[in-house]
Ligand binder design. Sequence first.
Ligand code: C5P
Length: 222
Amino acid sequence: MNKINIAIDGPAGAGKSTVARTAASQLQYVYIDTGAMYRALTWNAIHHNVDIQDEAEISMLLKKTDIELLPSLEGNRVFVDGEEVTSAIRSNDVTAAVSDVSAHEEVRRQMVKKQQELAQDGGAVLDGRDIGTAVLPDAELKVFLSASVEERAKRRHLENVGKGISSDLQMMMKDIQVRDGKDTERDISPLVQAGDAVHVDTTDLTAEEAAAEICVLARERI
Ligand code: C5P
């Protein structure tokens, strides 16, 4: 059977990772969490005391950093230079800094190249902010996932509580709005729905329902 690539974009907390992972598992495709790659670089920058605003330093660090994603039932396990950082990249420090790191043009250029290599054989579901517009502009299926800010904040809050990460719902709403602003207003590859993407609003959908919708759309294209 023909294996297509699926691009899933949307703002923080729209359910991208759970939906993308579930759809990938049902289609027996590979799931690639591109946000985890930006988070891994951000974690490494903090770890090495590199100024996250310094584009030259950050892109040099990226050139020297080995970021590896391994499939797992919960999503991608993430390794930086062989060290597992799967939980560490979800910390509040990394979350607060990642949008600044990902706004650097040279960082995006290198990341996009890595992501295109990971998807070159087809049969991949990538989630992120610029997959349909920059990483895989020719993806056979593009989906833009959204949900209300309140619902997205609630989901991230419950996710943090479940993982034992300290979390405050009101703060979470503010953080999400700040991150949405940075991601949609940056100069390079801002978060925007690709013209040919299917919009799926997940506010009133479970992740399973949204994934099922994506599988239907994918099978129409396989
Ligand atoms: O998806 P997640 O919330 O983990 O992504 C973390 C951050 O990484 C986003 O807020 C965004 O700044 C950046 N990102 C990006 N492009 C992608 C994926 C993530 O700029 N393709």
